[in-house]
Design a protein around this ligand. Sequence first.
Ligand code: GCO
Length: 443
Amino acid sequence: MRVLSVVFICLFSTIKAGSCAELTVLPKTFLKGIALSAYQNGGDIYGKSNWSHFEQQKSLLGKSTINRNQRCGSAADFWNRALDDIQLIKNLGCNAVRFSIEWAVIEPEQGVFNEEMLNWYEQYIDALIAADIVPTITLHHFVHPQWFDEIGGFQKEQNLEYFLRFSKLVFKRLSAKVPIWYTINEPTVYSFMGFILGMHSPGKVMNFNAAGTVLKNLLTAHCRVYKALKKMPNGASTQIGIVHQILHAHAYSNWSPFGRFTAWFLNFCAAHKQTKKFLQTGIFEYKIPGIVDIYAELPGAPRCYDFIGINYYSRLIVGNKGPTCMPGEIMTDMEYALYPDGIYDAITDMASLGVPIYITENGIPDAKDQHRALFIELYTQKIYEAMKDGFDVRGYFYWTLMDNYEWDRGFDQKFGLYKVDFATKERSLRNGSLSFINSFLPS
Ligand code: GCO
């Protein structure tokens, strides 16, 4: 049935967009990769990060915030198996990988830098390059040293200097070998999940002032890091950008005031509009009358990115008593359905910033491997379509290589192209992943 629907979709898009074959012509420089983050794949070696701290914390109700109290531990054992896993990345036909440098591992104690782990990263990068895989680096992927949070973390603008110092140190060491750098992963998600929903570190609930301040400071940090790295050796020849998540909420019915209010509220907190405006104009406004009023200007912001990274999964449908999708849509294991049109819209939306785009994350939680193939086919098809329509998409990074620690969800959400048996850490390719192998084939 699934095969039939894929054939049908292909025929349909043939009529609409020319021919299926035409869609496979790719620029030679196109990056096809997988995205991962070191903590989600390997945990925190020294137990000195905000997340290893947060995992021990109880919520206001006295319970763990993490689903079934699951701890990240060594996750899929990234730190021991990363070199062997390069072959798995190769087997998928990738020519790039996005991974994070864990600040908590490089600077577990304030001002003490871990030379051994910098060497480890350098060896990993060398091995990727030797395998013809382009390494691309995220400097902050939700995780940082606990000491940083103890002095106020991103809530205090004066603390940004510590993130800047770490970023410069890593860039100095690795930039000769790494052409693409992402300063911060999903500032909006960090702010929303950590300071409004309380489901991510540091677990603050409904603190709009903190959420807005942190978002402003993360965007400011991005700009400062961008400017500083650009001035360093290799700065001019590397591409530096930010990774922004797009997840719009829509009311199930326009007739439902509750649905419309919920959608508005979620969209405010997800802060897409505020972030895009900041990147376009340098003006940051985070305002709900009577609740929060934050305003800041950073006139240089529109010149602070060489590209934009988009993380796109789906949209949220809210205000319905039943399933959180529109009738007939296919659900993933999270609260969202397959919605491939959304990735096209996300590209056109962010293209107005006037810089190239990388899809830095896209993937499906699908434990039974029922919809993975279809998901990948439909979404990658939409990206091709956008490229054919002239949008400058330079790469696609699938989330993720293997099953990972999905923050407050623990290990239950299965995003991996490879399934991980967490008892033995053994990896096995999922059937649905074949469609990733067949996507973005070099022409
Ligand atoms: C995020 C992150 C990833 C997630 C992925 C799947 O969006 O939260 O960048 O860390 O694991 O997006 O939800």
